[in-house]
Write a new protein. Structure first.
Ligand code: R5P
Length: 294
């Protein structure tokens, strides 16, 4: 197997290659003055099973096109099989049609990658598992929640309460709880499909006097974490932390979260940010190793 670190995930790709002992094939890339992307493989992929590591956070359309171009270039240059490693899968939140006239955009992304030559995909904590059913090729979903929880255990937070900001994320809090060994629970969150506006309520949580870590798959605008932190602090939590797999942290999200009383934000390098304190390299390299021996 050979590994291509895509332009959006160079550091993570290099770490994975190093940990897995895989030969790296670098990509030369540039953006033309009119905005079009250019890529060129700088090494041979002839007859190789190739893993391309490319996250698709913003600018997601550029990152997706680069991934498609790299996959197509690899196939054109003789790659035997292509595994796309997409730590953050863009458009996974658009996997369903809610209003007439909409498209399930993840399905179009899947078709594009398939046409480009991708044979299988590895992603991490995809927002909705249902999104993977839209892919015509095998799609594996890894979870980084245990890695995030282990980070907190190493820092002395064994026994902290694991909180999911909504019922749908309760499985995430339960995965964290298995490592942290404390309590777990969830808030209630409702979303208005027209405006996108959300409202949160506390329910019957007992977090008084506890250190609480909010676990979520994505932090985007930070609104969910800000709302959750307010409820937790009102209910007597002593300290509140925020942990997520994909720290998109759009605009001033980080500041808003810290201003709401959250002590610290911890994310992974699925999206390279200041908060990316936990690396996915070991998780992904184990998965690639299993594929090589399988
Ligand atoms: C939603 O269901 C997700 O799990 C996250 O809670 C959400 O995407 C976070 O978005 P924001 O940071 O904008 O509230």
């Amino acid at each position: 197997m050979k590994l291509i670190p895509g332009p959006a995930s160079i550091e993570l790709g290099e770490k994975i290659a190093e940990l897995s002992g895989l030969e790296r094939v670098n990509v030369a890339y540039k953006v033309f003055p009119d905005g079009e992307n250019y890529i060129r493989l700088e090494g041979s992929v002839q007859k190789a099973h190739v893993a391309i590591v490319q996250t698709t956070s913003a600018p997601q359309d550029t990152n997706l096109m680069q991934l498609a171009f790299i996959a197509a270039a690899a196939k054109r240059n003789g790659a035997r099989k292509i595994t796309a490693v997409i730590p953050y899968l863009a458009y996974a939140r658009q996997d369903k049609i809610f209003l007439q006239g909409e498209n399930a955009n993840i399905e179009t992304v899947a078709a594009m990658l398939n046409t480009a030559g991708v044979d299988e995909m590895i992603t991490v904590n995809v927002h909705a598992e249902g999104a993977l059913a839209r892919f015509s090729f095998p799609a594996l979903n890894l979870t980084a929640i245990p890695l995030l929880a282990e980070h907190f255990v190493r820092r002395g937070f064994k026994g902290a309460f694991a909180l999911a900001p909504d019922k749908g994320a309760m499985y995430i809090a339960e995965q964290a709880q298995q490592v942290l060994g404390g309590g777990a629970g969830h808030l209630e969150k409702q979303r208005d499909r027209q405006t996108g506006q959300t409202t949160q309520t506390g329910g019957s949580l007992d977090v008084k006097g506890q250190i609480v870590i909010i676990f979520d798959d994505i932090i985007s605008t930070g609104g969910t974490i800000v709302g959750a932190a307010r409820i937790l602090l009102e209910q007597g939590a002593t300290q509140v932390f925020a942990a997520c797999v994909h720290p998109l942290l759009i605009g001033d999200a980080e500041k808003r979260i810290l201003d709401a009383g959250v002590k610290e934000i911890v994310g992974t390098d699925s999206v390279p940010r200041r908060a990316s304190k936990v690396s996915l390299a070991s998780l992904i390299s184990n998965s690639l190793r299993a594929k090589q021996s399988g």
